[in-house]
Every structure is written in C-alpha cells, then in structure tokens.
Design a protein around this ligand. Sequence first.
Ligand code: ASP
Length: 457
Amino acid sequence: MLRTHTCGELNKEYKDKEVVLCGWVHRRRDHGKLIFIDIRDRYGLTQIVFVPSVSKEAHDEAQKLGPEFVVKVTGTVNVRPEKNVNPDLSTGDMEVCATGLEILNSSEVPVFEVDDTADVSEELRLTYRYLDLRREKLLNSLKLRHKLCAVIHSFLDKQEFLEIETPVLTKSTPEGARDFLVPSRLNPGEFFALPQSPQLFKQILMVSGLDKYYQIVKCFRDEDLRADRQPEFTQLDMEMSFAEEEDVFDVTERMFKIIFKELKGIDIKTPFARITHKEAMDKYKSDKPDLRKEQGEDFAFVWVVDFPLFKYNKDEKKWDSEHHPFTSFREEDSGLLEGKDLDKIRSRSYDLVLNGNEIGSGSVRIHKQDVQQKIFDIIGFDQEEAQKRFGFLLKAFQYGAPPHAGVAYGIDRLVAIMAGLDSIRDTIAFPKTQKGNCLLTDAPAEIDAKQLKDLGL
Ligand code: ASP
C-alpha cells in the first residue's frame, strides 16, 4: 500500500509514529528554512513540515511543489506546541515532520483555487468538475448523498422491500414531459424512449407478486429550460401491493424519521401534517405550501392530498391527468366520470412537500383494466392508441393485478435541502447546465455520418 494513514486521521495520540501519507498539495508556505505544506485528501488536511536538518533531500524536493501536485510524504508525527494548534482541523494538534518526499504527479496551475471561499463561475466549475469536486462543499454534499442512500437501502431492506432494476431502453411513460429517444440500429426507423420514471414496470412488478419494490433510479425528462431542473435526475421509486394512502404515508414517515435522525441528528415530528389541495390553494395559493412559519421547526413536512384527477388543457381543448393516468380516484366521485364536471373528481394522489418544495409524489393506482381504459378514453387515448402505447399494462391487468400504491422521492432535491444548498447541481457529481449540456465532456455532440447511416437516419 502506498500510504499508512489518510490526511484526516492523525492526531497527537500518534506522537512519534512513522507514517506515510498521500495527497494533494493544498497550500505551501516557505518560512526561510522551514517549508510547510498542507496535504489534502478526501478525509482531511495534514500539515507537513520540511526541515533541512531532518532531510535535506526532502526539503529540496519540497521547493519544487506547486498547488495540487500529488505527493507521498514519509515522516514522523510531532505534537504541535499549544500556540500552533489549529482547533478547526481534526489533525490540528499535530504535524508530520518529513523524512522523505516523492512527487507522484505534478499539476498544471489550477484554473481556480480548490477552496470553498473562492468565487468561481459555475461554467468554469462544471468544465473543470474534477477540480470542483475536490472542494469541501461538494465533497460534503456527495458524502451526504451517499449516506442518505445507504440509510434508505438499509431501512427498506428491513421493511422487506426488494430493490429491482428496470430497463433504461424502453417505451414512453407519460409523466408529462417530452421523451429522450434512442434510435434502434437493429430495428431501423424504431426508437426506444428513456424512462421518465419506472412507473409501468413497478406496477407490473406488483402484478408479478413482488409485493414491495424500490429502486434508486435515474429518470429522464426532456423538459424546457427551467431553473434547477436536470434532464436526468434520481428518484427513490417505490411501490407496494395491497396498500393504500396510509401504508405509503406510514413507511415514508418512518423512513424520513430515521434519515433525519441519522444524517442531521434531528427528531422530526410524525405523523406529518396533511392538507387538501383545495385548502392549500385557498390558504397558501400554492400546492407546495411552506409550513415552517406554522410548524416552527427547520424542516416542515406536509402531505398534500385530494388533488384533482384531471386538469383541462386549454391549448389542446382536452383533459389531461393531473398526476399520471395510472392514478386512482375517490370512489365517491366515480359518478362524475360520466359527466362534464371532470375537474371535481378527486384523485388518490399525494405529494410530500418539505419547506415549500415538492420532494415526492405518488398515488393509489388503478388496478382494473376497464377503469384504466376509461381514464385513457377521457384523456384522449382511444382503445387503439391505448393498446399501442400501454397494451402490455392493460394485458397484465387481466392476469390478477392486486390493488397497489406507490410513490417516488427526488433524491437530488432532498440532498440539496438537507445540505442547505441552493442548487441541485451541487448534489450531482456530473450535472448538466441549465441548457442541458455537460461542460466536462462537451455532450451532446455531433456524431459522424457513418453512425447516422448505421442507424438508418
Ligand atoms: N412515477 C411518478 C413520478 O415519477 C411517481 C409515482 O406515482 O410513483 O412522479
């Protein structure tokens, strides 16, 4: 192994120990004869001191160091005198007195300082994302994200949810956005769509008797430029059989309780507040009310329920689903399906709102083939169209589909709120710009004529 310890690990308890550390040169200070460098890795910073009388060779070599050089330092742990202790660093009560230095790699002068205080344009940060990700703010955000997913996996495993992968090359799923399309070389003229969500697959898994499904999954929506959206984003996607609203609320609230306890040390209050869509609109003029001023506390959760099932699309003069067409509705409103007051039908969908942000949404689903077809009719998919697009789901519903319900939570947004970040881009290692470009790889990019020809385009 190249190193014996990380740069965040040592303290005065290691006094006189021989250690080998590897990392990036964070800062260098020449004090006449003494040269100090801070070396950095994912775990922290350690101060190294080069003293000519200890190793002239290492001291000479240290003079060549520039910012972000990669080094391997051999040395002995010294306890720092009281006046030199840095209380802000976990390693602040010690330093390594170098007996050897190996430069593992040099670095160009970085285009910006690897320091959270440096004011750098986002364009530059995204172009040089590998430098940006060395900064503490982003590192902490990725660590939080990892921990969030780890807690979710562990909790859902204990609740007997199965993590099941669903295809990325698939058919269109109607979540209200445009699809990203992938041409099929083997079937010229035909296209796959990237999933806007695994909605249909998770429902089919319920027909298969899998009972409790989840997946932390990428979803793709080709939406117009809107602030702080990503064309690909990550959801915690869940589905449960023989379940209704209360089952989804219960498992969600227990999960968030553990998430906030483990990640933030906060006891959030459950059950979460509930408000109907109508109340939210009347009282707060928003279907994403921020209840922090009620509720006090930093994190205010609220379930918004009883959304309308349909909304009228004035441009196209037709009815659309408010959530998605697989959403069930209140039994007592079912008589309205035959009339004109379609906007009065209350759906069985729910949104989870945190501090005025929608962090999840889901619904009790339709599980009867004829009811599903009825909804398709209303939103303008006649039998033929419905068969073409969702025939596989309608067919599956003929083979013993159980009642089921589900939900999906936005991981990127949740991390941003928990970490107090303004942008979800800071929660994603390699995000796209608001124009949907990746500045690091320069994607999307033109492809050559041969590739187009192979695809029959
Ligand atoms: N598929 C829905 C979405 O992505 C969530 C759900 O209904 O489970 O918003």
